[in-house]
Design a protein around this ligand. Structure first.
Ligand code: C2O
Length: 547
């Protein structure tokens, strides 16, 4: 039983009430076994609506338990409960859960750990498995940010800190006590289950003097590789191993771990760094006070902000494990290709409104110039019940509205006034779908971590500049592309993903930068039920909330 409730928490010199689950921040870790049937009753103990999403769980035939408000369910209203029921099939590793309404996920999030049925595909014995959740902290309340953005067409204020497991770390004011410390024993190997729950920033992460071995991303195994730092977008998870082997006599036994953003933006932006420590047992570190902020040296291999070369190289090393036991099921052919441009837009300010976006206009964001508007009801329910679809339509444009050439062109001229509406596209059960995501953002300063619900996908190609069907399809990796649920579309570039659309339901697809989702950088697709009984969406549970 999970209760969403307010709790007073002190961070960065002041106290505020935040939404929590079971009074914990970050929320409780949900540990399940591969293949297990899971039931989680969520009770809304506050006076605002809520929902919970199990990020990355495929929800095979159980779209009712997916969680995005107004897409697969109406919100759980104050005082109500809803039991999310699903089976964990064909996935193992690290995922996470978070609120999926307004900006509640700023504080309502936690880890999901799926223990594999078979032993880990790496032989090193693991001493401990440690969830590492990156987050962002705002001194002001976050629940109303989206309302303000809607009202003024503005951007959000930047956060006041990044956090590791809810703790900003001692580089921030009043935060010496709020620093994450992990004790380790010399010679042992540890598993970090890393989750980027931050709202708006991709992060680099490194531990001084220690090498990280990446073994799994988004609950799917990778070919293990060593790296000095990782890059992780909001929405993504990465499981890494490291061995505590740096306990030499010239060291104190205390090592800094740090996360900081990969990209800066021109908007108010938090460019600070969150740190924690590894502390070796039986060393000086055990009896030592933590160093003063001015004495802290960040890991020298933590990449600098804007280190595109590092980020690109890191991402290119991620490959599916592709063994007999865990084959890479990337579709080698496709039945349907959808090309989607991703834009940030400026919309003219309606008369009688005050707009605080840019140049007196409103910010918006769109896919194929279509800015997503959440309907007042559950799209999944309307789809299932075959209600005449006045609330949404299935005519999302499957090609960019303009011939795209965004290199060297002033993107502002392409990006005015998107269309607003609730448009999705529909595919038959079993479609081998390719989606090409092409970034076109004006100002062009961000990756867009695009997340798809209900399916994992294979990232068969990425590149900079304009996507070119002929040239780029020839270079696809159809052997061992990484399997994920969230892809960072390179800024000023593209990513091609392939999906076996074998999960009937309505699936949200959106940028996992919360500000962009709020501006409408979203769409979704409907996978129709197949002919066999096992290819159909299950009926809705009885306690499904109503709008
Ligand atoms: Cu992690 Cu639609 O969300």
């Amino acid at each position: 039983m999970r209760l969403v409730e307010w709790k007073n928490v002190r961070r960065l010199c002041s106290r505020k009430a935040i939404l929590t689950v079971n009074g914990e921040f970050p929320g409780p870790t949900i540990a399940v076994n591969e293949g297990e049937n899971v039931e989680i009753k969520v009770t809304n103990g506050v006076s605002i609506n809520t929902t919970i999403h199990w990020h990355g769980i495929k929800q095979l035939r159980t779209g009712w338990a997916d969680g995005p408000a107004y897409v697969t369910q109406c919100p759980v209203r104050p005082g109500q409960s809803y039991t999310y029921k699903f089976t964990v099939t064909g996935q193992r590793g690290t995922l996470w859960w978070h609120a999926h309404i307004a900006w509640q996920r700023a504080t309502v999030y936690g880890a999901i750990v799926i223990y594999p049925r078979m032993p880990y595909p790496f032989s090193t014995p693991i001493e401990a498995e440690i969830p590492i959740l990156f987050g962002e902290w705002w001194n002001l309340p976050v629940e109303g940010i989206e309302d303000d953005m809607n009202k003024y067409g503005s951007g959000p204020n930047s956060s006041d800190a990044y956090t590791i497991n809810g703790l900003p770390g001692s580089l921030y004011p009043c935060s010496a006590k709020d620093t994450f410390i992990q004790t380790v024993e010399s010679g042992r190997t540890y598993m970090l289950r890393i989750i980027n729950a931050a709202l708006n920033d991709e992060l680099f992460f490194a531990i001084a003097n220690h090498t990280l071995t990446v073994v799994e991303i988004d609950a799917s195994y990778t070919k293990p590789f060593d790296t000095e730092a990782i890059m992780i977008t909001p929405g993504q998870t990465s499981t890494v191993l490291f061995t505590a082997n740096q306990d030499n006599h010239d060291s104190t036994g205390l090592f800094v771990m740090a996360a900081r953003p990969y990209l800066t933006t021109v908007f108010p932006f938090d460019n600070s760094t969150t740190i924690g420590f590894l502390k070796y047992k039986g060393t000086m570190a055990e009896n030592m006070a933590l160093p003063k902020p001015s004495d802290i040296v960040l890991p020298h291999h933590l990449p600098r902000m804007e280190d595109h070369a590092y980020a690109t190289k890191y991402v290119s090393q991620l490959k599916s494990i592709g063994t007999k036991q865990y084959p890479c099921n990337v579709p080698s052919k496709v039945d349907k290709r959808v090309i989607i441009t991703i834009s940030l837009n400026l919309q003219d300010c309606p008369a009688n409104q005050t707009c605080k976006g840019y140049n007196g206009k409103r910010f918006a964001a769109s896919m194929n110039n279509q800015s997503f508007v959440r309907p007042p009801t559950s799209i999944l329910e309307w789809h299932y019940r075959n209600y005449s679809s006045v609330k949404y339509s299935s005519d999302f444009p499957q090609n960019p509205p303009n011939v795209f050439d965004y290199t060297g062109v002033d993107p502002l001229t392409h990006n005015l006034n998107p269309n607003f509406g609730t448009k999705l596209f529909a595919v038959e059960y079993g479609t081998r779908l390719e989606i090409v995501l092409q970034d076109t953002s004006f100002l062009n300063l961000e990756n867009h971590p695009i997340h798809i619900h209900g399916h994992n996908f294979f990232i068969v190609g990425t590149g900079f500049g304009n996507y070119d069907v002929e040239k780029d399809t020839a270079r696809y990796n159809l052997v061992d592309p990484p399997e994920r649920n969230t892809v960072g579309v390179p800024m000023g570039g593209w990513a091609a993903i392939r999906i076996n659309a074998d999960n009937p339901g309505v699936w949200f697809m959106h940028c996992h930068l919360e500000e962009h989702t709020s501006w409408g950088l979203a769409s979704g697709f409907i996978v129709k039920s197949g002919t066999k009984p096992t290819q159909r969406l299950l009926p809705p549970p009885e306690d499904l909330p109503a709008c």
